[in-house]
Write a protein that binds this ligand. Structure first.
Ligand code: IPM
Ligand code: MG
Length: 363
């Protein structure tokens, strides 16, 4: 079988880290891939006036998997929202119905000192955040600007968004979360704001209903503010966390810091047809773009997830993850995870090292 993969480098550090990720993606001789590269984000806007050109949208629709770098730059903030780079990734997620977003936060023991938290708080950290990705206040309608019709600021300009979840939407992500928890420590924590929001009340009720089919899973609920605190206070209490789009966006950035650097965290976004989009959870970091100092490991680890989820080749996923582990063991560090006594390397050199290690392991 030949797998069709669309690669979207995007903006900022996206192209640099994509280059390294591609070397890993194509490292196995016995895997047949048809790889197409397409425009996305601010760079697509510059070339063709659209952050998500129809050609790109068409290509991703037909792909088995998508490998995505990063999009965004504050220089596009002046544009109307539909032309901003972020709309490209949101558009693909929505178009392909990539509702299930897996964001593992794993601490590599070699990086324990790179984290701002005390080693005893984070040692052996291995959390999986499952974020619903195509609903919630990100996509709810109506949204927009208007003149306030009521209240203390009647007559003034105001903006509004709609937070929204339906029972089937929560049910399908809940099932994925419970099934995933089954294969881990059988513990699931659902995060919401049910003390204030109707959306969260429905979320919580629905999670409880689905939970009745999973009596062997220990289910807990936590409010988002408390979860943000507990994640710093005692992260080892968590195994799998399931939450909505907005809360998941915030909690996954927070969780990344437990692991030392946001430059280490991959993600997978899946639909019910088996298509997947793989991207580092970090952004385009325009401030460090083009300097060869970005950490390519989050994107390389995203390639591992691509092998595991889309190509169903867990053996290769494990190999890539082991190669990253060994490279960290050998003391190589990009600046974001550098500490004294280690060897500082640039983006390319980190890619070289992982590729070499992969060859060693495969021999
Ligand atoms: C993420 C990012 C995106 C999001 C942005 C770029 C739209 O922060 O993938 O976490 O908010 O989902
Ligand atoms: Mg985010």
């Amino acid at each position: 079988m030949i797998y069709s993969i669309v690669v979207l480098p995007g903006d900022g550090i996206g192209p640099e880290i994509t280059e390294q990720a591609l070397r890993i993606l194509t490292a196995f001789n016995d895997v047949s891939l048809d790889i197409k590269q397409e425009l996305i984000g601010g760079s697509a806007f510059e070339s063709v006036g659209d952050p998500l050109p129809p050609k790109t949208l068409n290509a991703v629709g037909n792909a088995n998997a998508i490998l995505f770098g990063a999009v965004g730059d504050s220089k596009y903030d002046y544009l109307p929202r539909n032309l901003r780079p972020e709309q490209a990734i949101l558009g693909i997620r929505k178009k392909l119905r990539l509702f299930a977003n897996f964001r593992p936060a794993i601490l590599y023991p070699q990086l324990i000192k790179a984290s701002t938290l005390k080693p005893r708080i984070i040692s052996n950290l291995d959390i999986l955040i499952i974020r619903e990705l195509i609903g919630d206040i990100y996509f709810g309608e109506p949204r927009g600007f208007r003149t306030a019709l009521v209240g203390d600021f009647k007559g003034e300009k105001e903006a509004y968004d709609t937070m929204q979840y339906s029972i089937p939407e929560v049910t399908r992500i809940a099932k994925i979360a419970f099934d995933t928890a089954k294969n881990r420590k059988k513990k699931l924590c659902s995060v919401d704001k049910a003390n204030v929001l109707e959306t969260s009340q429905l979320w919580r009720d629905t999670i409880n209903v689905v939970g009745q089919d999973y009596p062997d899973i220990e289910l807990s609920h936590m409010y988002i503010d408390n979860a943000a605190m507990q994640l710093i206070k005692n992260p080892l209490q968590f195994d799998v966390i399931v939450t909505g789009n907005l809360f998941g966006d915030i909690l996954s950035d927070e969780a990344s810091m437990l692991t030392g650097s946001i430059g280490m965290l991959p993600s997978a976004s899946l639909n019910s047809k088996g298509q997947g989009l793989y991207e580092p959870i970090h952004g385009s970091a325009p401030d460090i773009a083009g300097q060869q100092i970005a950490n390519p490991l989050a994107m390389i680890l995203s390639v591992a997830m691509l092998f595991r989820f889309s190509l169903k080749m867990p053996r290769y996923a494990n190999k890539i993850e082991n190669a990253v582990f060994n490279v960290l063991d050998s003391g190589l560090r990009t600046p974001d995870i550098y500490e004294e006594g280690m060897t500082k390397v640039n983006t390319d050199e980190m890619g070289d090292a992982v590729l070499n290690e992969l060859k060693n392991i495969s021999r």
